[in-house]
Design a protein around this ligand. Structure first.
Ligand code: NAD
Length: 505
């Protein structure tokens, strides 16, 4: 009799990564992970208990005592090795992103590429951590400052960039000599777990980067644990505010990036083809689930009709389908609940008088995934919920105004201030906009002005809480604290050391 081959379960367990090893949670709590393109459950995620988090913190704390003293030269070599590994595994990471997030493969590859920028920036750690020195501040007195790591720091990340947002955080944090605990989104945890495994493979000591999966229980424990010195958060505005307030109340340094409602102003002199191409890619790329997505086009004056027509023509051609299909240009939404929520916004907007130019509801895709077609709404007003709320789906609103001044007023009155863009051929107007626009990142004929890895990313108003923006130079500042030494070494006259030449006295 032959032994029956055990049937391989299609549902993969996903565990924490603590001290370099997979760790099964002791909580007994689990969360399903879905493939949004098929609607099927593909994973079962451990949700951390308080003791799981404590184990990760102990590991990170023990690792910090060693890691902080590892030479800059060694840290740099390890970071370069990690950069190479991530680069070589880009496609594997992208597959994991597409499988659990749903974005099309080209988007997933783009996400890895943007994440790599942050690792490359961290490779320059010896330059970033150089101190400053003032000699002869007074007679015999020199002053110098260095930047010291903080200790154990934590990162809590959203579902929409499961690899890139962690890359915004841990490479710089670790380069600075900290150890890190990552708490990824519970919706798409495989890519962040994999990039942490690659860090072990690159040769970083165990405990330098730990991953705990979980929900509010894990987040709350990270925010209250006394051995955690700082928290980086990226996610929705209500949770960003909560994390900022609780973390700060517990004495931690916190940077908490929140949601967005990004406006793209189009002036009458704009290149309409360019503006329409950009509006379509920035509104519907990654099914609108980007914090820098364009959510509102502000059409100024007579540009409205031709612009809406040009956006419509392009949007109609968008191919919606599973992210693994090379012909798909837009994938599904993250969950069935989110699909329902976005669909409701469209219905409410229509009821309140918005004109549906293209309706993505009821799109037919040959799977039972969470698909919504690209939707274009014209004549949206500022009282409609589709304008006041962050939708985070493939819905582009067009608000029509008469003047540039009205357009910048819209931005000023918006509670968010992540990104803003203007499309115009007028250099003077563009220059004026970069001053007037009430947002942290501005695009001039660029719809999604996500800064390169050697600048820093961050919005204003309800899009970010805390003093420092994320990654780049501000990231290095966030993950270090300065120490300043004032030294006095008087001229060695009368000292026991004979320098063999006359002294000043
Ligand atoms: P989210 O706020 O629901 O979740 C973010 C993280 O917080 C996750 O790790 C989640 O587990 C945790 N969390 C959720 N609810 C919690 C609670 N009640 N208590 C404690 N922790 C909790 O965000 P999301 O849906 O994963 O991501 C989408 C949001 O993130 C959008 O609002 C988007 O604009 C925003 N985002 C902002 C940026 C930025 O740079 N400003 C970048 C990416 C995404």
């Amino acid at each position: 009799m032959t032994a029956e081959t055990p049937k391989e379960s299609a549902i993969r367990p996903i565990h924490h990564l603590i001290n370099g090893d997979p760790v099964v949670s002791d909580s007994g709590r689990k969360s399903p992970v879905f493939n949004p393109a098929t609607g099927e459950q593909t994973g079962e995620l451990d949700l951390a208990s308080v003791s799981d988090v404590d184990m990760a913190v102990s590991s990170a704390k023990a690792a910090f005592d060693q890691w902080r003293n590892v030479s800059l030269a060694r840290r740099t070599k390890l970071m370069f090795a990690y950069r190479d590994l991530v680069s070589r595994n880009a496609e594997e990471i992208a597959h994991r992103l597409t499988a659990e997030h749903g974005k099309v493969m080209s988007d997933s590859m783009g996400e890895v590429a943007r994440g790599l920028e942050n690792i490359e920036y961290a490779c320059g750690l010896s330059e970033h951590l150089k101190g400053t020195y003032s000699e002869h501040a007074s007679t015999g007195v020199d002053v110098y400052s260095v930047r010291r790591p903080l200790g154990v720091v934590a990162g809590i990340t959203p579902f929409n960039f499961p690899a890139m947002v962690p890359f915004w955080m841990f490479p710089n944090a670790i380069a600075c000599g900290n150890t890190f605990i990552l708490k990824p989104s519970e919706r798409d945890p495989s890519a962040p777990t994999f990039i942490a495994e690659l860090l072990q493979e690159a040769g970083f000591p165990p405990g330098v980067l730990n991953v705990v999966h979980g929900d509010k229980v894990a987040v709350d424990r990270l925010l209250e644990h006394r051995d955690i010195q700082a928290v980086s958060f990226v996610g929705s505005t209500p949770i960003a505010k909560y994390v900022y307030e609780l973390g700060s109340a517990n004495g931690k340094r916190v940077q908490a990036l929140g949601g967005a409602k990004n406006h793209m102003v189009v002036l009458p002199d704009a290149d309409i083809d360019l503006a329409a191409d950009c509006a379509v890619s920035a509104a519907y790329g990654s099914a609108g689930e980007r914090c820098m997505a364009i959510s509102v086009v502000v059409a100024v004056g007579e540009v409205g009709d031709p612009l809406v027509a040009a956006i419509k023509t392009r949007t109609k051609k968008l191919r919606v389908g599973p992210g693994t299909n090379p012909t798909s240009e837009m994938g599904p939404l993250i969950t069935a609940e989110h699909l329902g929520r976005v669909t409701n916004y469209i219905s409410t907007a229509a009821d309140n008088g918005a004109r549906i130019v293209l309706d993505g509801r009821g799109i037919k895709v040959n799977t039972s995934g969470f698909f919504l077609g690209a939707t274009l709404l014209d004549d949206v007003t500022t009282e409609m919920s589709v304008y006041t709320d962050e939708i985070f789906g493939p819905v582009l609103c067009v608000v029509r105004v008469n003047t540039y001044h009205e357009a910048v007023e819209l931005l000023a009155n918006n509670p968010w201030g992540n990104g803003a863009a203007i499309f115009t051929r007028d250099g003077g107007a563009a220059r004026r906009f970069q001053e007037d626009a009430d947002a942290g990142m501005i695009g001039l004929n660029v719809p999604i002005p996500v800064p390169v890895g050697y600048h820093s990313f961050g919005g204003w108003k309800n899009s970010a809480f805390g003093a420092h923006t994320i990654y780049g130079p501000e990231g290095i500042h966030f993950y270090t604290r300065p120490k300043v030494m004032t030294t006095r070494w008087p001229d060695p006259s009368g000292s026991k050391v004979d320098l063999g030449f006359p002294t000043n006295q």
